[in-house]
Design a protein around this ligand. Structure first.
Ligand code: GLV
Length: 345
């Protein structure tokens, strides 16, 4: 389909209607323009997500759907979209999509891994440094006129990052990139993963330990696991009680990996020193979430991959996955390869 240098067959193909794509939000131009070039494209125009009933209505005649991690894509959507062949998600995580059901129905699912790895690792570090060195508190301190004494030996003391122990929970691509940064701070690196990750051991001298040991020994616990039923509330009250009183928890993976109620108790009662959170059990998190009242918590609205460069690349990958599929090639970031048995290309 849709190729520029026209042979006869291609001319014929060009005359065929373009496949229809529904995109649930504006995505950066680099991807959007590419999609528009190849597809009959409709985009939900608002900043807020489309209600589910809109997605259901729009998939009725869509061949493809571009989804965000906040869109729930399940049987209800699949039932409504008899022509739906591919879901191209603009995120690495895809816990919002019922992939098993999609596979059964022959619907391809793709994501945007790798391009966001370093950007996301940078942000884990931004949270880590902000909470350990009290950057947000210090900013407020200056702006609200609390800075009345030029310098005091006990003003806004935090915790050292350099030479501390970092515990990486989930040592896939992002966990690896977080550990890489830790070497620049002369840190001891522990990791926990369900599979051995020889590359993080070989490259950064990281030591594999069980989760309880990691929690007991780390000064910074960084979560980099996908959300699955095995990782739901992986960090609960029992696990938080294992951590050092001086330790920090950093979560820019998925909110439900941490039991937020238990985390609040841990922070309020001083079982741990602080937390850096880019993700929440409910997003957006309600403004009355008690965690937001605590000074030892640094928060962000799920923006770990939000750099101009990375979001543009993610948008382009979304386009490339769609284009490959409709050119009968395996999409480069297919998350359910078994689907090819159900609907061969
Ligand atoms: C963001 O959280 C992503 O999964 O890409």
């Amino acid at each position: 389909m849709l190729i520029k240098n026209s042979t006869k067959t291609e001319q014929c193909e060009q005359a065929m209607p373009k496949p229809k794509v529904y995109i649930t939000r504006e995505i950066p131009d680099r991807g959007l323009n590419k999609i528009k070039q190849y597809f009959d494209t409709e985009v939900w125009p608002e900043y807020a997500p489309p209600p589910k009933k809109i997605i259901i209505e729009k998939v009725k005649d869509a061949d493809a759907l571009v989804s965000l991690l906040s869109d729930k894509i399940d049987s209800e959507v699949f039932d409504a979209g008899p022509k739906l062949k591919i879901i191209s998600q603009i995120a690495v995580g895809f816990d919002n999509i019922d992939v098993k059901e999609a596979t059964k129905r022959g619907i391809y699912v793709t994501n945007t891994p790798e391009v966001l790895t370093d950007t996301t690792a940078d942000f884990a570090w931004a949270l880590l440094m902000a909470v350990a060195r009290r950057v947000v508190e210090a900013d407020k301190y200056v702006r609200t006129g609390k800075w009345k004494v030029a310098w005091h030996p006990e003003m806004l003391q935090g915790r050292d990052i350099w030479s501390a122990t970092i515990g990486v929970v989930g040592a896939g691509r992002i966990g690896y990139a977080v550990a890489k940064r830790a070497t620049g701070f002369s840190m001891k690196i522990l990791y926990y993963d369900v599979i051995p990750r020889p590359e993080i051991e070989r490259d950064f001298g990281a030591k594999k330990v069980d989760l309880d040991t990691l929690l007991r020994e780390s000064d910074f616990v960084c979560l980099h696991v996908p959300l699955m039923k095995e990782t739901f509330h992986l960090i609960n009250e029992e696990k938080l009680r294992l951590m050092k009183k001086t330790a920090y928890l950093i979560n820019n993976a998925r909110g439900p990996v941490v039991d937020e109620k238990a985390l609040y108790k841990a922070l309020k009662e001083g079982w741990i020193a602080g937390a850096g959170l880019d993700v929440f059990e409910q997003e957006p998190t309600p403004t009355d979430n008690p965690l937001l009242k605590l000074d030892n918590v640094v928060v962000a609205p799920h923006i770990s991959s939000a750099s101009y460069e990375t979001r543009s690349q993610m948008a382009e990958m979304v386009a490339d996955n769609l284009i490959a599929f409709f050119q009968k090639k395996k999409p480069p970031n297919l998350v359910n390869p078994d689907v090819m048995k159900v609907r061969p290309l």
